[in-house]
Design a protein around this ligand. Structure first.
Ligand SMILES: [Zn+2]
Length: 142
């Protein structure tokens, strides 16, 4: 019985340590909160960009955030999000544009996550813009 108890104890210890190790591995650094990159949020008259996060991953980076209406009201937030990546000397390296979605019909905010196949150099800039026009309009402009 004593042996069994210690085996269970050992199993629990291994389980706990694996949970802690996994926790550390997923505890990634939000580059937007560091001075490694310069993050510029360009909100529109209708919505603010909040909770902006930039994480590096195996295929580059992911830029995520939330859009909140300036004046809380029902209905969706019209428009789209543009992300521009600039090198330390200000050259535009990558431009992409994306739609976003509400978590549910009652939600006053929308979320977006945009994958960018680029490794950010120290001093790079990430510009995130909310445009109120539909995504299709942006495509015809650029
Ligand atoms: Zn746009």
């Amino acid at each position: 019985m004593k042996v069994l108890t210690s085996i269970v104890g050992l199993a629990v210890a291994i389980l706990l340590s694996s949970i802690i190790v996994t926790g550390c591995a997923t505890n990634r650094i939000n580059l937007a909160n560091t001075d490694q990159i310069d993050v510029v949020k360009i909100s529109s008259r209708s919505a603010n960009i909040t909770k902006l996060a930039v994480y590096s991953n195996d295929s580059g980076i992911s830029v995520s955030g939330e859009l909140r209406k300036r004046i809380p009201s029902r209905g969706r937030i019209y428009g789209h999000v543009d992300v521009d990546i600039l090198s330390p000397d200000g050259t535009v390296l990558f431009t992409t544009t994306s739609n976003y979605r509400r978590q549910n019909r009652k939600s006053h905010s929308s979320n977006f996550t945009i994958g960018i196949p680029l490794v950010l150099e120290h001093g790079s800039a990430v510009h995130v813009t909310h445009h109120r026009a539909p995504l299709e309009w942006h495509k015809t402009i650029t």
